[in-house]
Write a protein that binds this ligand. Structure first.
Ligand code: ZN
Length: 251
């Protein structure tokens, strides 16, 4: 990984849901090639074994980042009674681990950011922390809740692009092929890069995107990482076994 020295920002690394999985995060950084800036869509922590390490790695990079539900839950800013028992246990463990400065970092994350022509959120522009955009009709309703051409979101851990067609009831959905840059034009889009640290689309490889402003393209990338390294750490730390197992299957 190298960071280019120049004034104009051209290549953005779009990351979401790192979830304390440093091995996955490092694999993404090694795979990404040169980039100018990271846009991080939240849930840096929660579930995985290395919350402080992931925050510190992100802090080293030129970046902006929004808050996710697991970020807020970890600093006790959000009620976790609706979390499933495994998520709750991992969250309470994470809360114990955070150093004061990393706690402050998470506390400082905004719910929404706008940069250039992009709105950046974790869940959805309508309800940035909580809402899951899992379907075309949910996506369609959300186009009324941001003013920019594009909106980047995460939270579902599933890479997808929704395109506005003028209807508030439904829209088009596209699955991108990895390693194929796709031009983005005038059409308004909701873009999800998938999850770095806990993919849930049946492909266990870390998922992320590259935005190239010069070429005006987005590119989905998938990269293998040493899953067993993360799983071994989780076992040592006595994190819920189910959270470790699911990483092998990408669900
Ligand atoms: Zn998440």
């Amino acid at each position: 990984m190298t960071i280019r020295e120049r004034n104009t920002i051209v290549r953005y690394l779009i990351l979401s849901d790192i979830h304390s999985n440093l091995a996955a995060f490092e694999a993404v950084l090694a795979d990404a090639g040169p980039f100018d800036k990271v846009w991080c869509l939240g849930d840096v922590i929660g579930y995985g074994p290395q919350p402080n390490e992931c925050i510190e790695r992100l802090k080293e990079l030129p970046h902006i980042c929004v808050a996710g539900n697991h970020d807020w839950a970890s600093i006790n800013k959000l009620d976790i009674s609706s979390f499933n028992p495994d998520a709750r246990q991992a969250c309470l463990w994470t809360r114990e681990q955070l150093t004061p400065s990393n706690w402050e970092f998470i506390e400082s994350l905004p719910e929404k950011l706008v940069e250039d022509n992009f709105t950046i959120v974790h869940g959805s522009p309508r309800y940035p922390i909580w809402e899951y955009i899992t379907h075309q009709f949910v996506a369609a309703a959300n186009f009324a809740h941001f003013d920019t051409t594009y909106c980047l979101f995460g939270h579902t851990h599933v890479p997808v692009v929704y395109a506005f067609t003028g209807s508030q009831r439904t829209c088009d959905a596209f699955l991108l092929e990895p390693n194929e840059p796709v031009p983005i034009g005038e059409q308004r889009l909701l873009i999800n890069p998938g999850g770095v640290g806990q993919p849930r689309d049946g492909d266990p490889r870390a998922s992320y995107m590259i935005l190239d402003k010069e070429a005006n393209t987005i590119e989905l990338r998938r990269v293998e990482y040493p899953i067993e390294e993360t799983q071994r750490l989780m076992a040592t730390l006595k994190l819920p076994p189910r959270l470790a197992t699911r990483l092998s299957f990408g669900w």
